[in-house]
Write a protein that binds this ligand. Sequence first.
Ligand SMILES: [Fe+2]
Length: 207
Amino acid sequence: MLREPVSNIVDPKAGGMSGNTGRYEKRLSDLSGLYADHAAHAALLESSGDTVVYDVEEFRPGSEPGDLIYGVTRMNPGRVGSEFFLTRGHIHARADRPEIYYGQHGRGLMQLESPEGETRIVEIGPQTICYVPPYWIHRSINIGDEDLVMVFAYPADSGQDYGIIENSNGMRHRVMAGAGGGWELVENPAYRARTAATVDMIMRKTA
Ligand SMILES: [Fe+2]
């Protein structure tokens, strides 16, 4: 099928883009259970009136293999206790599909975890391209005091599997506020490592 070419104008500061085919947002209440400090989550929910944590505007031409879905994600600055605002995180349902993020505004991190439980952190600022290779679980985190805005693009048939993080009781590490406005990685004591059989199954989630 021959599609028409498209251009979209990104708003690097406010987030979003023209000509999008869809938009969604996640509020604090949508993200309950994600943060280590449940009491801080409940208190913030009470005091903030269920604030928006992040929103996404995307262009989704279809889901045929070989096509692309792309868009803009914007995340508010903030913390739950001393844990920075973050996205739910996922692995692609077709796990061999990659993704690109391109920083527009703010200071963020991409937290990546391999099926076997290795952690990698990529710092993302304006004009930084972050390559998320196939098979890595990924989530983004706003470690700055301003909105974090990034452009993303991934193969249209990737799909998202959010259960992978729930099944391991979160990612292996948490990114917490550190001394002097920095950040630090802390082990998640509730983390359940994936078995060799599960890792093997993930590595075969292709096609
Ligand atoms: Fe993704």
